[in-house]
Design a protein around this ligand. Structure first.
Ligand code: PLZ
Length: 451
């Protein structure tokens, strides 16, 4: 077995950003890699740990991105590394459709147990989030015999053809890539900061009026929704919105599909964000945090829906690969042994008051929102409240230069989201937050002077 050494858990910049080795790799990237695959950071990463990413020039960066909510258990988490190494030395692949193995079944058992709802469930495994969302739609269509699928404003569900159709934002995700899959309808979301509707049931009635008038419940196979939108900018729907939508689904025999790909896996202080809203999805879609960085995704839900397609109708060569399944078992183990549900809630309790203070004192901070270790700031023009992507870009840039990795999000590109690994050491969390708040305060001061 290889010995893994965790990099020193300390922010440290030893070169310009990017350093010379990163700059050289970036030259090679531009020659070799399609330019539409565009990285955010200017540096190349070599190793990672609980809260630090180390680049090829030896710079230690604080990780507030977790590879977009993937390494919730930390990078190269010991239980994941151990299981993957052992599995790789024994068996790398058979294809579960050809010759099954235990770890696939064990992951399905874990997911059936962990997802909300006390009913008989089954799970099927896939590779990416998009692939799992597509398969959720296949299960729903097969079960209902209907075609229409409802998605929401600001949604992100992936980059494959069907999931591009479900995804809301045109540029960069869809522009030039049509035609898109038919029978996808986009419904109004609950976005309290922008739609001014803090009564979630009222917001749901507005959505339902649209569904009833323009699609018709009996035509709908599935309603697909993120409980807290990820790429859309951590939009938390007003209380009551999701339960009322689930009720409408039940009334019309529509499969209620909840995309927990970004919000799930202990991120919000519960195993699944759905638990905060009192909903029990018919199908839950997971990926990202499920396997700590190995490609694995899943659809989990009511047995009668999951068993609807014909035998052999669902699958894939690599879907539920044994290395990825072992990684997922390591993730479940780590969430339990490290108490990561409580830890995520605690991270939220550290971040949230600081961000709220900024909202109270600074004009460019329009909204602060999120649950647990999934928190975001929406930047606006201090006078008009119009989305201000230039502030988000400038703050993100300042953080990156100072060695803190943050991610921009939002339909208008004006949101910065914080997604630290749930195992991040406290001093790194506080230091990263300090760098972030300083960058925002300085930007606000600059806007005040120039505006
Ligand atoms: N559903 C809620 O957040 C992936 C996208 C990164 P895949 N989000 C990060 C990028 O720019 O492509 C995501 C998500 C939600 C589905 C997906 C899709 O998951 O594993 O990227 O296919």
């Amino acid at each position: 077995m290889l010995n893994h050494t965790t990099p020193e858990q300390q922010r440290r910049l030893v070169t310009e950003m990017p350093g010379s080795r990163s700059a050289e790799l970036d030259r090679r990237r531009l020659e070799a890699v399609a330019h539409a695959v565009t990285p955010t950071l200017p540096v190349f990463i070599e190793s990672g740990g609980q809260g630090i990413l180390v680049d090829v020039d030896g710079n230690h960066l604080i990780d507030f991105g977790s590879g977009i909510a993937v390494t919730n258990v930390g990078n190269a988490a010991p239980a994941v590394v151990r299981r993957v190494q052992e599995q790789a030395a024994k068996l790398t692949h058979t294809c579960f459709l050809l010759a099954p193995y235990e770890s696939y079944v064990a992951v399905c058992e874990e997911l059936n147990q962990a997802t909300p709802g006390d009913f008989v469930k089954r799970t099927a495994l896939f590779n990416s989030g998009a692939e799992a969302v597509e398969n959720a739609v296949k299960f729903a269509r097969s079960f209902t015999g209907r075609n229409a699928v409802v998605a929401f404003e600001h949604a992100f569900h992936g980059r494959t053809n069907l999931t591009m159709a479900l995804t809301a934002k045109y540029d960069p995700y869809k522009s030039g890539f049509g035609p898109f899959a038919p029978e996808v309808y986009r419904a109004p979301l609950s976005y309290p900061y922008r739609d001014g509707q803090t009564d979630g049931v009222a917001a749901a009635e507005r959505t339902i009026a649209y569904l009833d008038k323009q699609i018709g419940g009996p035509n709908v196979a599935a309603l697909v929704i993120e409980p807290i939108q990820g790429e859309g900018g951590f939009i938390v729907p007003a209380e009551g919105f999701l339960p009322r939508l689930q009720q409408w689904c039940n009334e019309h025999g529509v499969v209620f599909v909840v995309d927990e790909i970004q919000a799930g896996f202990a991120r919000t202080g519960k195993m699944f964000a759905s638990e905060h809203f009192g909903i029990e999805p018919d199908l839950v879609v997971t990926a990202k945090g499920l396997a700590g960085g190995l490609p694995l995704s899943a659809v989990t839900g009511r047995a009668e829906i999951m068993d609807a397609p014909q035998k052999g109708g669902i699958g894939g060569t690599y879907a539920g690969n044994p290395l990825a399944c072992e990684a997922a078992l390591g993730v479940f183990e780590t969430i339990r042994s490290e108490g990561l549900l409580d830890r995520a809630a605690w991270i939220g309790s550290v971040i949230r008051p600081q961000l709220e203070h900024l909202q109270e004192t600074l004009g460019i901070v329009g909204d602060v929102r999120g649950i647990g270790a999934m928190q975001a700031i929406e930047f606006v023009d201090p006078v008009t409240q119009v989305p201000a992507p230039e502030h988000a870009a400038a703050v993100a840039q300042a953080c990156h230069s100072a060695g803190v990795v943050v991610l921009v999000a939002g339909t208008y590109g004006n949101v910065i989201r914080l997604l630290p690994p749930l195992v991040i050491p406290e001093d790194l969390l506080r230091e990263g937050l300090e760098v972030f708040t300083r960058a925002i305060t300085e930007r606000d001061a600059l806007v005040g002077l120039t505006g």
